[in-house]
Design a protein around this ligand. Structure first.
Ligand SMILES: [Zn+2]
Length: 279
């Protein structure tokens, strides 16, 4: 991706080296804590997110050159998503509210609870922020076999996709089903919800292409990353077999295909993963 020397976002909150020290939780939302948390990877986020712990630990942190570069990169990608989604929302007569991107190391406090970097990148609808420990960049390459800058761009774009869902009211709609359905039934909705975020990531990539910032191999990098974080692939790797009822994000094939669909369409229209019979 051509990103060097381009505009970075002003919505990046650098909390690296700050440990889990964080914001007052819930207060600003009138006491309402939205515990739904939206991750890139599968698994049950409820298992991974701790409570509102008191542990505030400042860890010495010194940014390496590589990390500096990665921080600049995600800032440029975020800025690109702001441009693209502001336009798309405007065309629909809507106003896009830019999300914040929190960079952290180790662990972080969000309105959705405390999280460790093992959770992977996530979006918290409660404070409308994206959270990323940049060490995930390396993990994406090594653990998920998804190297390349556009693989990381896909990750950001996917989380921004969840922000778009939140602004459009979809997050709340899905969250409301949680208490009404069995886990297996709810998982089916969650898969559709996640695939829609992948579709929106593809929509963004379509516009990035129009902006002439894609390089040869970028699209493949994103598709490969979408495939690398598919539930079947992750389960095969971690436990050697797949349990489809427990899928929350979709298979590698589905994630790739919905991203690609968004990439081809370039519009919100066509991304209703809740309407289609077969995903
Ligand atoms: Zn997601």
């Amino acid at each position: 991706m051509k990103w060097r020397g381009r505009r970075g976002s002003t919505n990046v909150e650098d909390r690296r080296g700050m440990g889990g020290k964080g914001l007052a939780v819930g207060g600003g939302l009138g006491g309402l804590i939205i515990v739904l948390i939206v991750t890139l990877l599968g698994g049950n986020p409820g298992d991974l997110i701790g409570g509102m712990g008191e542990t505030e630990q400042s860890v010495p942190y010194e940014e390496t050159e590589k990390e500096k570069e990665n921080a600049q990169f995600v800032s440029v990608v975020l800025a690109d998503t702001e441009d693209v989604w502001t336009d798309i929302f405007r065309e629909q007569g809507l106003t896009y509210k830019e999300p914040q991107l929190v960079l952290y190391t180790g662990s972080v406090q969000s309105a959705c609870g405390a999280a460790g970097s093992s959770v992977g990148p996530f979006y918290c609808p409660g404070d409308q922020k994206l959270y990323i420990d940049l060490s995930f960049y390396q993990e994406l390459q090594d653990k998920f076999d998804a190297p390349g800058d556009f693989a990381m761009a896909y990750v950001i774009a996917h989380e921004v996709g969840h922000h778009v869902q939140t602004l459009l009211g979809k997050t709340e709609e899905i969250h409301a089903l949680r208490s009404k359905l069995s886990e297996t039934e709810y998982n089916k909705y969650q898969v559709r919800f996640e695939l829609q975020a992948d579709y929106y990531a593809g929509v963004w990539a379509n516009h990035a292409q129009d902006m002439n910032v894609l390089e040869k191999g970028d699209l493949e990098e994103a598709l490969n990353a979408a495939s690398g974080v598919g539930d079947d692939t992750l389960q095969k790797k971690s436990q050697g077999y797949v349990v489809p009822e427990s899928f929350t994000h979709g298979t590698s094939e589905q994630r790739k295909r919905w991203f690609y669909k968004g990439f081809q369409n370039g519009t919100i229209k066509g991304g209703d993963t809740f309407k289609v019979k077969e995903l």
